[in-house]
Design a protein around this ligand. Structure first.
Ligand code: AMP
Ligand code: ZN
Length: 473
């Protein structure tokens, strides 16, 4: 079945057809982290959504080029650099490294390119020069360069492709210098910001004097440098629709590199926000969690990933610690089913494939209906457990089920084979304990059981004999 996605540009669900002539390559840009702090779980919801899109496209057979920028120059960063008096790179380096580490903890596939804004200043300046040359940007008395919305509209282009804007309220030529502003404050936005004393050592020379780029132009320059003037997918959280993405469109289409009739981006995808206990996350409310905060509470990356992947990306998601606990329980149910299937499958050759994969991908084809996809998975777990208890599955059927699961998990990324496989020293301890029991050396058997427990494993007696299970923290 064809993949259908909700495109913010057309405000409708559309069949996904990549721009590429050979039909196999997909170019995708995700707005990356602003590295001024550790990423919070709201940010992670959006990045995991990006990872889901990439993984599902790859599952469908497309060759994805995934670019995610690192915003290492913007207003928020400059403010912190000024406060901490640290050199820019030293300040951002710590958060960038943490971000990359967290990306791995959450089992997100590494983007193919992660360009830093600070390393693409020549490309950014070249793009601004093009806009100045085309009469769409101008240097203001404050020394900064602004994008003229009026000139852009006069040239026949549309400002307000993603959102509806009220131009009657706009005062022509009014300017906004800050990177973030509301719809009510539409005005000419800064492409190049002239150096101020608060910028300290963070500035670069340019044809308009020393300064630094605005946030929006960074993404236009970096995305087009890596993916060309038109590409398939651009992703971010819903807060980026305006002004960030609207301004990206204006800058990129204003530069005019697109072929006739083509947009800068064919499909714009936006993830809804995450709330905590029904409220916007904030440090003052005490409901602010970074990934690291949750790991410190004993939760695993896969449990957090699974929870953030349970809701549809266009629905606001309410995060709670009880929800995370429930996510752990669901994964345990899944793990137990997979363990039993592994025991039964042994080295058997896979038999006929179960319908699971088809149900899973039919759900995801429908604008990434992940709740439908998980519904299919847990229905399969229930069905499999029933068949296992009735001895109605043979080894080839179990092997086929595992093959299907593996393929499916290339999309969800929540599988934990290392947790499910028992290390050989643990198996040896279990065998020694069984031997001791058989020899009626109960004291020794108990000591061995305690030793296993100390290493994080409990013994479970099953009709097929004893086996070990990892204790959850
Ligand atoms: P930032 O590091 O602030 O540039 O944000 C990185 C990504 O996280 C962007 O795509 C934002 O739209 C997204 N984001 C920020 N806050 C939230 C939230 N509460 N829930 C979901 N995504 C968010
Ligand atoms: Zn961006």
């Amino acid at each position: 079945m064809a993949l259908r996605l909700f495109n913010t540009l057309t405000h409708s669900v559309q069949e996904f057809v990549p721009l590429s002539q050979d039909g196999n390559k997909v170019r995708m840009y995700c707005c990356g982290p602003t590295v001024y702090d550790f990423a919070h779980i709201g940010n992670w919801r959006t990045f995991i959504f990006g990872d889901l899109v990439r993984r599902y496209l790859e599952f469908k057979g497309w060759a994805v080029q995934h670019v995610m920028n690192i915003t290492d120059v913007d207003d928020k960063i400059l403010k912190r650099v000024h406060e901490t008096k640290m050199p820019l790179r030293e300040f951002t380096g710590k958060f960038e490294a943490a971000f990359m580490e967290d990306l791995k903890t959450l089992n997100c596939r590494a983007p193919h390119q992660t360009p830093r804004a600070s390393e693409h200043i020549p490309e950014i300046i070249a793009l601004i020069e093009k806009l100045v040359l085309r009469g769409l940007a101008y240097k203001a008395p404050d020394g900064s360069v602004y994008f003229s919305i009026e000139k852009y509209r006069d040239s026949g282009c549309e400002y307000g492709q993603l959102v509806k804007l009220n131009f009657d309220e706009m005062r022509i030529g009014e300017r906004v210098r800050s990177d973030e502003y509301a719809k009510e404050a539409i005005g000419d936005f800064a492409l190049w910001k002239a150096k101020t004393p608060a910028d300290g050592a963070v500035f670069w020379p340019s044809p308009w004097g020393d300064g630094r780029p605005g946030w929006h132009i960074e993404c236009s320059a970096m995305s087009m440098s890596f993916l060309g003037p038109s590409f398939d997918l651009h992703l971010g959280g819903e807060d980026l629709i305006f002004p960030h993405h609207e301004d990206e469109i204006a800058q990129s289409e204003g530069a005019g590199g697109q072929a006739k009739g083509q947009h800068f981006v064919k499909y714009w995808l936006h993830g809804a926000h995450l709330l905590v206990e029904g409220r916007k996350m904030s440090k003052s409310l005490g409901n602010f969690f970074t990934l690291r905060d949750l790991l410190a509470k004993g939760f695993a990356g896969r449990e957090i990933r699974y929870l953030l992947l349970t809701a549809h990306y266009r629905e606001t998601f309410n995060f709670t610690l009880e929800g995370l606990q429930a996510a752990r329980t669901s994964l345990q149910r899944l793990d137990e089913c997979l363990t039993k299937l592994r025991e039964l499958a042994g080295n058997a050759t896979a038999g006929a494939a179960p319908p699971l994969l088809q149900q899973f991908s039919e759900a995801l084809d429908d604008d990434l209906n992940i709740s439908g996809a998980w519904g299919a998975v847990f229905e399969w777990v229930r069905d499999t457990n029933r068949k296992l208890s009735e001895n109605a599955l043979d080894a080839p059927a179990a092997a086929a089920a595992l093959t299907a699961w593996k393929k499916l998990d290339s999309v969800t990324g929540v599988g934990a084979p290392e947790d499910l496989e028992v290390p050989s020293e643990i198996t040896a301890l279990l065998e020694a304990r069984q031997a001791a029991r058989k020899a009626k050396e109960f004291k020794r058997a108990d000591t061995l059981r305690d030793e296993l427990k100390a290493q994080g494993w409990v013994i479970e007696d099953t009709p097929k004999g004893a086996r070990v299970k990892k204790i959850n923290i």
